[in-house]
Ligand binder design. Structure first.
Ligand SMILES: [Zn+2]
Length: 264
């Protein structure tokens, strides 16, 4: 059992205990009832927004800490200008990475998706249109979305992705059902550069990532903005991040390779 799920069960048991006490001995003071309600909401919200907790959906957030390897991941592309820059920087450093692509952007730029694969990198899906509320949709709709995103990648690259990163990292029991049905592995992260935020600066992003790198890290960056054509700070930060990886003697591999032996 994951720690996140244990926390959810514990919170649920505490809530039921409080209910039982109310039935047997009369209502508890209002502040206790309200406090318990909001505490439960906070626990559940943490599970929704932090996939690493694996409260609702099993997710991989890092690889083995015993092997000097890490995985760089890039979300929200492909983009016809920014993604090639990322590919060139990776090539110069001899690094491989995993791109979590948005299905409709793959439909718009299939040649960029194909180029990602041609250069030896890996593609996972990041939903069809980056619906931020995807985890709250019906199971049927989530499955249809992921199938369409997967099909877009298959058409562009000839490969069928097996990795999925949920939009804004939000998960739910329905996401768990959908990924089980489609045989997808949910990939979270252990290090993030916050490079997609407005006003993010490449030097700060690079420093934040460089100081957090450990063997087994899965690093979240962006090769495109969620919407629009702005260049994420991660693109400018990438050369410094790659220098930091080289100087710490870590090898940047694709996610499936990082997690193949020991992943949690
Ligand atoms: Zn995203």
């Amino acid at each position: 059992m994951t720690l996140g799920r244990a926390a959810l069960y514990l919170a649920t048991a505490a809530g039921l205990g409080l209910l039982l006490r109310t039935l047997l001995k009369g209502p508890v003071p209002l502040w206790i009832a309200l406090g318990a309600f909001f505490a439960y909401l906070a626990v559940a919200a943490a599970g929704v927004f932090f996939p690493r907790l694996q409260m609702f959906t099993r997710a991989v957030s890092r690889g083995s800490s015993k092997v000097p390897r890490i995985a760089l991941t890039f979300d929200d592309g492909p983009h016809p200008v920014h993604t090639p820059k990322v590919l060139d920087a990776l090539e110069r450093a001899g690094a491989r990475a995993t791109f979590f692509v948005i299905g409709c952007k793959v439909q718009d730029h299939p040649e960029i998706a194909a180029e990602i694969v041609r250069r030896g990198h890996e593609i996972g899906i990041h939903s069809l249109v980056h619906d931020r509320l995807l985890a709250a949709r019906s199971g049927k709709r989530i499955v249809a979305d992921l199938e369409a995103a997967r099909e877009a990648v298959r058409k562009a690259t000839g490969q069928t992705p097996t990795l999925f990163r949920p939009p804004v990292g939000v998960t739910s029991p329905r996401v768990e059902e959908a990924v089980n049905k489609l045989g997808l592995t949910v990939v979270a992260w252990s290090v993030r550069g916050y490079d997609g935020l407005r006003g993010a600066r490449p030097d700060k992003v690079a420093r934040r990532i460089a100081t957090s790198l450990r063997p087994g890290s899965i690093v979240l960056m962006h090769d495109a903005a969620e919407r629009g054509d702005d260049e994420p700070a991660g693109v400018g930060a990438l050369p410094a991040v790659l220098d930091a990886i080289a100087s710490t003697k870590l090898e940047a591999v694709v996610v499936s390779e990082l997690i193949e032996e020991e992943g949690t």
